[in-house]
Design a protein around this ligand. Structure first.
Ligand SMILES: [Zn+2]
Length: 311
């Protein structure tokens, strides 16, 4: 959900900085844990421990033992379905931007005709010092009237009911696209404290771009929701399968229908300032099995140059 008070563009950070702070971990074997010495992966923490910052995505690969037919992970109460590819069973572990820093268990159940096998890993969640903004605003600019409150609550429930659904097939493949060319504002994770009251952290990235610019889908999927909501304005929710959703808000125009399959790079809308927005920009968000993560984390995990060799 958007923050009441609208989106602004106060923080500028280069794309390189953003990419540099994203942790990438590739787990290549189970006991003991080996980490690939080369490639775009980096490990923080001690041997055998996965780690990543709040709001980032970890790529977890368990080698195929030749017997398992399925694998599912559990982390902080969230289910992470794994998919199979040439490297084994692969899971995208999203660390929610508000997951508690510290070490938590990632439990993976490998299912096979011989019965389940349980694997356990430690995942160190590292605090990301997201910016905090204190604002004082007139109350009538902040408080919603009764009708708006009712509307916002209904919209939140509508969104949650869609995000709670997990499509069993992986619909995405290869690398991911930035949905619009523009200025990344590093607004992900920012917390606003308005008149002393902390609001929900900003759960997407804002990209400032000209009104009417094309917005494309970051990967293949199905448009599950096409809405016009109080805070987020005209928005599209794309289901990429296995509990992975991408969101595109404040559009001027929506160019897909609910239920319609979309392809990576397909234009799904136009940049606008609908909903609570102070100027034209795209709010781009990703939900991974319930975790609010920075969409740029996925661009780092699956870089374009290696897309053909990795997948
Ligand atoms: Zn935003």
């Amino acid at each position: 959900m958007m923050n009441p008070g609208g989106d602004r563009v106060p923080y500028m950070r280069s794309r390189l900085d953003l990419l540099a702070i994203m942790a990438v971990v590739l787990l290549t074997s189970v006991f003991p844990v080996d980490i690939l010495p080369s490639g775009p992966h980096e490990l923080h923490g001690t041997d055998g421990q996965l780690s990543g910052k709040q709001g980032h995505v970890l790529l977890v690969t368990v080698p195929d033992d030749g017997r398992s037919t399925d694998a599912v992970g559990r982390f902080l109460g969230r289910q992470i379905p794994f998919y199979k590819d040439s490297s084994g069973y692969v899971g995208l572990l999203g660390i929610d931007l508000q997951d508690t820093p510290g070490t938590h268990e990632l439990a993976i159940e490998m299912r096979s005709p011989d019965g389940p096998r349980r694997l356990s890993y430690n995942v160190l969640v590292i605090k990301e010092p997201y910016p905090v903004q204190h604002l004082t605003l007139p109350r009538d600019k902040v408080d919603l009237d009764e009708a708006s409150l009712v509307r916002v609550k209904a919209e939140q429930e509508q969104v949650q009911s869609v995000l709670d659904m997990v499509s069993r097939e992986r619909l995405w493949h290869g690398s991911f696209l930035e949905p619009v060319q523009g200025t990344i504002t590093a607004a992900f994770g920012r917390v606003r404290i308005i008149n002393g009251q902390p609001r929900s952290p900003h759960n997407g990235e804002d990209i400032a771009a000209p009104l009417g610019a094309d917005v494309v889908a970051m990967n293949d999927g199905v448009a599950r929701l096409a809405v016009d909501h109080f805070f987020s304005g005209k928005g599209v929710f794309v289901d990429h399968g296995l509990g992975f959703y991408s969101m595109y808000f404040h559009l001027a125009e929506i160019l897909v229908q609910e239920g319609e399959p979309v392809k990576r790079g397909q234009v799904i809308g136009k940049v606008g300032d609908s909903g609570r927005a102070t100027g034209p920009h795209l709010h781009w968000g990703v939900r991974l099995n319930g975790a609010r993560v920075n969409p740029y984390s996925l661009l780092t995990l699956f870089p374009d140059s290696t897309a053909t060799t990795k997948r």
